[in-house]
Ligand binder design. Structure first.
Ligand SMILES: *Cc1c(COP(=O)(O)O)cnc(C)c1O
Length: 342
């Protein structure tokens, strides 16, 4: 089976399971789990921040970050296609009492002019404050597109100049780092906080990490407790994350090359619409525009080749490559697409 639905489908390898089985454990709610402590230290160093915190998943990472850095009634600015805005149960509103101000931007990049325009140019008694600007890197819903360090810094400069803080939903920040050929810490530098996921392309079974200043992490830890996210012998989770960070970062380039190969194959098929410029990492969106086939029908035909995928609607499909899709699997996918779409 070749599963192209999501990089969340990755399974822990035998070596990762061994690392999990052998992990030293303790009560992490009291800060006594050596594996969690090692993971948090390692994550903070990788992201160039003072401290880090293990949380259950990306949604919780974003939520504790927003909660620890906002007040009810403040506004949160994000891209109109942001994961935080569409796929996290409206946590920033439901739990933090924030209003959302979604803004546009090509390939998920919020331009400084766009951001500048949402801040009032003078203090206004009537208007709520903008507390937080949330960026997403890579931008999932825009096709896994990257924000460069310069684009991130430009947006953060505007936010900070107006007294707002900056959070990065960096669920796939390492995909961005590898694709851009920069360090993750460079991409995270302009942000006050960042969350990344170990459970997607990095292959761990669970776990996300929040990074930021020591003071912020203390407040995020309190928020995690509030949300019931304190886990006891969490080294079981942390060991998989640590293994992922030690072994699975550089190989993300393979996933990107495989996504690229599939995208180029699709671009050469009749009745397929794909923006190759948006295929920068391991995610690709394309539209099926044919009289003889809808997107769900294409997915159905691919099942015969052992390929599992899903359509968003009658036209749109998202494929995601990851560590359980080998180069050979990618060849199978390309051949299947050429045959089915001939
Ligand atoms: C997956 C994802 C999240 C949420 O992560 P979960 O671990 O599923 O809660 C947040 N942001 C982006 C961009 C994601 O792709």
């Amino acid at each position: 089976m070749i599963d192209l639905r999501s990089d969340t489908k990755t399974l822990p390898s035998a070596a990762m399971r061994e690392a999990i089985a052998n992990a030293e454990l303790g009560d992490d709610v009291s800060g006594e789990d050596p594996t969690v402590n090692a993971l948090e230290k390692m994550s903070a160093a990788l992201l160039g921040k003072e401290a880090a915190l293990l949380v259950c998943g990306g949604t919780m990472g974003n939520l504790v970050s927003i909660y620890a850095q906002s007040r009810p009634g403040q506004e949160l600015v994000c891209h109109e296609k942001a994961h935080i805005y569409h796929y996290e149960r409206g946590g920033f509103a439901a739990v933090c009492g924030m209003l959302a101000r979604p803004v546009g931007g090509e390939y998920g990049v919020i331009a400084p002019e766009t951001l500048e325009a949402v801040f009032p140019n003078k203090r206004d008694l009537h208007r709520q404050d903008i507390g937080l600007v949330c960026l997403e890197n890579t931008q999932n819903n825009c096709g896994g597109t990257c924000l460069t360090a310069a684009e991130t810094a430009a947006a953060a400069d505007v936010a900070h100049a107006h007294g707002a803080l900056v959070h990065i939903d960096g669920a796939r920040i390492f995909n961005a780092a590898v694709a851009l050929g920069v360090s993750a810490s460079e991409l995270a530098a302009p942000a006050d906080s960042i969350t990344f996921c170990c459970s997607k392309g990095l292959g761990a079974p669970a776990g996300s990490i929040v990074c930021g200043s020591a003071d912020f992490i203390q407040r995020a830890r309190e928020a995690r407790k509030l949300f019931g996210g304190g886990m006891r012998q969490a080294g079981i989770i942390a060991a998989g994350c640590k293994y992922a960070l030690e072994h699975n970062l550089e190989r993300l380039a393979q996933d990107h090359a495989n996504a690229r190969r599939i995208a180029e194959t699709l671009a050469a098929c009749p009745g397929i619409e794909i923006d190759l410029a948006s295929v920068q990492t391991n995610i690709l969106f394309f539209a099926v525009r044919r009289d003889d086939m809808t997107a769900p029908e294409l997915c159905h035909k691919l099942e015969r080749y052992g390929i599992v995928s899903g359509a968003r609607d009658e036209h749109l499909i998202r494929f995601v490559t990851h560590l359980d899709v080998s180069d050979e699997d990618t060849t199978t996918v390309c051949e299947a697409l050429r045959e089915v779409l001939a």
